[in-house]
Design a protein around this ligand. Structure first.
Ligand code: HGY
Ligand code: MN
Ligand code: MN
Length: 410
């Protein structure tokens, strides 16, 4: 089998005909077959599959089945996507983990420490707005009750979706016993940028994840008739929204080089061609190199946004949906991963990323590192995301070398 072959097994799951690319969200129609794929891939490798109370998947390779251990090496990623996302963001890490285990087993390798392959729930936060939902619940970084109260675009709460999926929301919450079984976590991920392509290298490790926050904006104006309301009598939230979008762009573009600001999702209510809207709901994503920079970027953006909204006679309410602090990966673990990769790959840089990952959440509770695989387009969160077959196989070999090094001795 190959990584490309494993990805081909799920290539038709969660395709989005309208947006193209993939839309795979927590407990939607693609979820059960993706979980079934995880289970069959694991069982074919003799791994013990389980789902935890936070809907995360685990596939264990136990040297002594039944023994309780606290030194397991975990690897994996997520299977969900953003709306209209690419084929690699998430699934590449899970498929590569299974392929790395397959290679180690084929080589007759017997781990001294347990190895566990993971697929974490709702990493993108596309349905309920909280990124890395599964790992935040698992580690206690998210409060279970407030997470369960979150609703999706249709108003379905996470609690209701949990019940509808046949799971018990009462059991959702931190799982210190499970985390206590792990010694380290290494996540392989497609690079979401062109750094490796520009360097001409197939793989790297990660140095850091830059911080990022998400806010929901509600701009309220005065709904009215498009034909009978003269221009001097309008409080149009869509016009105010245009000013808000400009504010996000201008502050991000004028701030320190690391700042990024995006509004990629918005709803115009009620949404009639001949109707002046009464409300616009939009979601803002801000990122910069430090937590303080993001907070300062937010303050400056809101200052300009409020001026634009008031100028149009509208009002603005803002709700912080999530904040993910900067993560600097474990130096010692990253150095060990680098040493495991160098015999085959020679130069293995450690590069920062602007994208969040479950490894970032888990870094609060155990040593974590990442391996990036070259993406020739550098595009991500869109159908143009890519990784060459040869680089995908190189990534699996890199992960196999890492697992051999980390799990091969006590
Ligand atoms: O939004 C992110 O950075 C990640 O892909 N969830
Ligand atoms: Mn992503
Ligand atoms: Mn991802």
């Amino acid at each position: 089998m190959t990584v490309a072959g494993r990805l081909a097994e799920i290539a038709d799951l969660g395709r989005d005909a309208e947006r193209s690319g993939y839309s795979r969200h927590l407990f939607d129609a693609s979820d059960p077959p993706l979980r079934a794929w995880f289970g069959s891939s694991a069982e074919a490798l003799g791994l013990l599959v389980e789902e935890d109370d936070d809907a995360n998947l685990w596939a264990w390779w136990m040297p002594q089945p039944g023994a309780v251990r606290h030194d397991a090496i975990a690897t994996g990623s997520h299977l969900d996507s953003v709306p209209g996302g690419g084929a690699f963001d998430g699934p590449l890490g899970v498929a590569s983990a299974f392929e790395a285990v397959a290679q180690l087993r084929a080589d007759g390798f017997v781990p001294v420490r347990p190895i566990v392959v993971c697929a974490f729930a709702e990493e993108e936060g596309s349905r309920f707005g909280l990124p890395c939902l599964g790992t935040r619940l698992l580690t206690g970084a998210a409060d279970a009750a407030s997470a369960l109260a979150r609703a999706d675009a249709a108003g379905v709460t996470l609690e209701q979706a949990w019940r509808d999926s046949g799971r018990d929301p009462e059991r959702v919450g931190p799982d210190p016993e499970r985390l206590g079984r792990l010694a380290a976590f290494v996540e392989l991920h497609v690079e979401q940028g062109r750094d490796l392509e520009d360097r001409g290298l197939p793989v790297s490790t990660a140095s850091a994840i830059i911080p990022h926050g998400r806010w929901r904006l509600t701009i309220t104006g005065e709904g009215n008739h498009a034909g009978t309301t003269t221009m001097d009598l309008r409080a149009d939230p869509v016009v105010a929204f245009a000013g808000a979008v400009q504010a996000v762009r201008e502050v991000a573009a004028s701030r320190m080089p690391g700042a990024r600001g995006t509004i990629g999702k918005a709803q115009i209510i009620p949404g009639g061609t001949n109707v002046i809207a009464s409300r616009v709901i939009a979601w803002m994503d801000l990122r910069a190199f430090t937590d303080d920079d993001v907070r300062e970027q937010y303050a400056l953006t809101l200052q300009r946004m409020r001026a634009a909204v008031q100028a149009e006679g509208c009002t603005l309410d803002v709700h912080e949906e999530s904040f993910s602090a900067r993560v600097d990966f474990d130096d010692e673990l990253t150095a060990r991963v680098t040493a495991a990769l160098q015999p085959e790959f020679g130069q293995v840089p450690a590069i920062p990323t602007g994208a969040g990952h479950d490894a970032g959440i888990l870094s609060a509770v155990l040593p974590t590192a990442m391996i990036f695989v070259r993406n020739p387009t550098g595009v991500s969160h869109a159908p143009g995301e890519d990784a060459r077959d040869g680089d995908c196989e190189a990534g699996a070999r890199a992960l196999a070398a890492t697992l051999r090094m980390l799990a091969g001795s006590a």
